[in-house]
Design a protein around this ligand. Structure first.
Ligand code: SF4
Ligand code: URA
Length: 188
């Protein structure tokens, strides 16, 4: 683990620790406030993210941005990262060996950001962070505390594009996260 962002960012340059390194255009490291109380973890870059080197800039990201505006959260106030930093071909789910190979970068990001709240976007984030025993349908909308961090699983924003009705849950869950954030910040 690295103590500084500079070292961590340097360590990921040209990473080929897994096969996603062979097909990506850009590594999508993460963006936002490096001291955020609220962090979001997605699955992995899609085509737009691979092009631009930034997480959640495509269709799913636009939905997140809308939710942020509705909640009064500025995108640059939070930190956003993914389980894998390189795009899986055809946007397939990251495979277990890829997620494992990439996990130390994410762990290090969490250690440096020190968020109080982590919103887990979808099943891949949930299972890789909290364990395979969790299922997103049951876990979403429920707080899970682990090692001093409050985790809130919710739908992946791309799921909202396939099923509009999930937008209601997603909105409800993000409101919960915002409420918790406001409480934590009030007590500081
Ligand atoms: Fe390295 Fe992660 Fe990209 Fe795999 S997905 S090549 S481990 S940065
Ligand atoms: N989906 C993700 O999981 N992450 C992104 O960065 C974009 C889409």
């Amino acid at each position: 683990m690295y103590d500084t962002w500079e070292e961590l960012e340097k360590s990921i340059e040209n990473c080929k620790k897994c096969k996603l390194g062979d097909t990506r255009k850009n590594i999508v490291f993460g963006v936002g406030n490096k001291n955020a109380d609220l962090m979001f973890i997605g699955e992995g870059p899609g085509a737009d993210e691979d092009e631009q080197g930034e997480p959640f800039v495509g269709k799913a990201g636009k939905l997140m941005d809308k939710a942020f505006i509705g909640l009064g959260i500025k995108r640059e106030e939070v930190y956003i990262a993914n389980i894998v930093k390189c795009r899986p071909p055809q946007n397939r789910n990251p495979e277990a060996d890829e997620a494992t190979a990439c996990m130390d970068y994410l762990r290090n990001q969490v250690l440096l950001v020190k968020p109080k709240i982590i919103v887990l976007l979808g099943s891949v984030a949930l299972k890789n962070i909290l364990g395979e025993e969790y299922g997103i349908t049951k876990a979403r909308g429920n707080w899970i505390e682990k090692n001093g961090i409050q985790y809130l699983p919710t739908w992946h924003p791309a799921a909202l594009l396939r099923d509009e009705t999930k937008k209601i849950d997603f909105w409800k869950d993000l409101k919960l996260a915002k409420k918790m954030l406001d409480e934590i910040e009030k007590n500081n």
